[in-house]
Design a protein around this ligand. Structure first.
Ligand code: UDX
Ligand code: UDX
Ligand code: ADP
Length: 467
């Protein structure tokens, strides 16, 4: 008989595990979903009115299912023991030391969670990798599970990478382009795959559920992110050529994107990409390529990350150059700190690199972001406490509104494309700025002509001054 999934446990209540399993609970009222985490503060937040992550639509999904068939708990062992199917959705950051430091993924959290599953399970389980992992990680997980399991417990491992983007997580989960499930092609692997398919089949059309081998699934996640990031680095590389020639990157991207072989999406030039996935996954791919003795392949992908570093640096330099080659002591307003709009997440946000550049030039920064707390900005500026905050304090202040940040600023720098920045009273902001008043649009989001009419000098990514 096909395996019926009745209880699901999700290990890791983060940006991936939280929204994903909350949506599963909302769409499958007959399945009990428990999301566990070692971090008690995070679990308390999931159980409160103030969820630990900001994501449009998430509040409604959680409120609708919480306490009915959706639970958040720190009792990891109990949830594992009771579940038929376990999602492993723990963090896999880039290693900071040891072999592969700076490139390879740190699989320590994943292995600890896997060991826990083996130790506390008293019945057979389907174990699903949700975290993005290097190719062949499932092999290591299987070895750990088999070496530590109790009599009569059988583990099937599936790879089911999550493709949601932050800021649109709920919409992506409700109507995914595809759900990818990788399994071993053994009978028991295929049965496990069927069981997970039947969970998604509650709301995802069958033709969107793709089933492939375990290793293909693991590699596809890295490949998808690498291809997406590569588009941005390509368009950002072209933006530099536009600035030097008088071509406009928005026009070029529009023309190129109309070729149906290329397509219009993900061609927005920017200050550079951020987020927890792109850089990490590409570096992971670089490391994999090198371990497989494919140095040319490694170099190809590494260039995507290098172009991104260059773009952030190029933009920050452009601000300094335009302000007559010095920003020492000047007040600079940064609008946006998150790595993109509609999220409070700041991991690898380009705003952090830009702020560091301005600080090294001794500017005074006033910063406003609608969703990022000042605590988080300080964690980012001090690299989570490894850089002393004291010397930075006189040079960086967090504001409660865009107007407050912009008052008396010699330059306004857009780092995140929050919709509310379009609606600001730019006339009033202009009145409160010294002359010449500069706006640097790092996201190509503002109405350049309108701002110029008010009196601003507008500098954007990918547009030459020779109009
Ligand atoms: C190309 C552009 O497609 C066309 O728009 C432009 O006007 C001229 O250059 P062409 O070189 O004739 O046209 O053929 P194209 O179909 O683009 O193929 C170019 C090469 O890429 C071929 O060697 C083809 O085999 C290869 N290719 C194409 C792949 O290897 N994989 C693909 O997915 C597509
Ligand atoms: C990404 C992938 O999109 C998602 O499928 C995967 O599961 C996780 O990684 P995410 O990092 O949440 O999602 O956001 P995404 O929308 O991809 O944006 C990543 C970065 O690229 C952001 O900093 C964004 O501002 C930037 N970006 C995106 C551009 O600069 N230009 C674009 O055209 C698109
Ligand atoms: P992602 O963006 O991939 O979801 P996050 O860092 O937001 O990553 O979430 C991962 C979560 O996994 C964290 O809240 C962390 O506390 C949790 N976690 C890590 N290891 C374990 C473990 N062994 N057991 C339970 N939770 C864990």
């Amino acid at each position: 008989a096909p395996i019926q999934v009745k209880k699901i446990c999700c290990i890791g209540a983060g940006y991936v595990g939280g929204p994903t399993c909350a949506v599963i609970a909302a769409k499958c009222p007959h399945i009990e979903v428990t999301i566990v985490d070692l971090n008690k503060a995070r679990i308390d937040a999931w159980n409160s009115d103030h969820l630990p992550i900001y994501e449009p639509g998430l509040d409604e999904v959680v409120k609708g299912a919480r306490g009915k068939n959706l639970f958040f708990s720190t009792d990891v062992d109990k949830a594992i023991a009771e579940a038929d199917l376990i999602f492993v959705s723990v963090n896999t950051p880039t290693k900071k030391s040891g072999i592969g430091a700076g490139f390879a993924a740190d699989l320590n959290y994943l292995q600890l969670a896997t060991r826990r599953i083996a130790e506390v399970s008293t019945s057979s389980k389907i174990v699903v990798e949700k975290s993005t992992v290097p190719c062949r990680t499932a092999d290591a997980m299987r070895t750990i599970l088999e070496a530590n399991s109790k009599e009569g417990c059988k583990f099937d491992i599936l790879s089911n990478p999550e493709f949601l983007a932050e800021g649109t997580a709920i919409a992506d989960l409700f109507a995914p382009d595809r759900v990818l499930i990788g399994s071993l092609q053994t009978q028991s692997g295929l049965d496990a795959c069927q069981a997970l398919m039947s969970v998604y089949a509650n709301w995802v059309p069958k033709e969107r559920i793709l089933t492939v081998g375990l290793w293909s699934s693991e590699l596809s996640k890295l490949a998808a992110n690498a291809m997406l990031a590569q588009r941005i680095s390509s368009v950002n590389a072209l933006s530099a050529i536009c600035e030097a020639t008088g071509a406009s990157i928005d026009e070029v991207a529009y023309a190129v994107g109309r070729d149906s072989r290329v397509g219009p999406k993900f061609l927005k030039a920017s200050v550079g990409f951020g987020g927890s996935c792109f850089q990490k996954d590409i570096l992971n791919l670089v490391y994999l390529s090198e371990s497989l003795h494919l140095p040319e392949v490694a170099r190809y992908w590494r260039a995507v990350v290098e172009m991104n570093e260059h773009q952030k640096d190029r933009f920050a330099r452009k601000v300094v150059d335009t302000l007559f080659n010095t920003i020492t002591g000047k007040k600079i307003a940064m609008l946006g700190w998150a790595f993109k709009k509609d999220t409070g997440d700041t991991r690898e946000s380009p705003a952090i690199s830009i702020a560091n550049h301005f600080l090294s030039e001794k500017a005074r920064i006033t910063c406003y972001d609608p969703q990022v707390t000042s605590e988080q900005m300080w964690l980012d500026l001090t690299d989570y406490g490894s850089i002393p905050a004291e010397p930075i304090k006189p040079h960086f202040s967090v504001c409660q509104s865009a107007e407050e940040a912009c008052a008396n600023a010699e330059a306004i720098v857009i780092c995140t494309e929050w919709d509310e920045f379009k609606e600001l009273n730019w006339e009033k902001i202009y009145e409160n700025c010294p002359r010449p008043a500069f706006v640097f649009d790092g996201r190509l989001m503002l109405d350049r002509k309108r701002l110029q009419k008010i009196g601003f000098t507008v500098v954007t990514i990918g547009t030459g001054d020779r109009l």
